[in-house]
Write a protein of this length. Structure first.
Length: 52
């Protein structure tokens, strides 16, 4: 999918995953900071509705 694959414990990144771990472990997607900024700008700067 791209980007860094991290291994997390108790909600904190412990380390970057190896190529084997990235391939074999389940993936949970998250929103990055840039995505949240774009949503906020659309809603509060451009005054456009947030699409669900």
């Amino acid at each position: 999918m791209g980007g860094t694959v991290g291994l997390y414990r108790d909600g904190r990144m412990v380390r970057a995953g190896t190529a084997d771990e990235a391939r074999d472990l389940p993936v949970i997607g998250t929103w990055g900071f840039a995505f949240i900024v774009r949503v906020a700008e659309r809603a509060f700067v451009d005054h456009k509705p947030v699409v669900r």
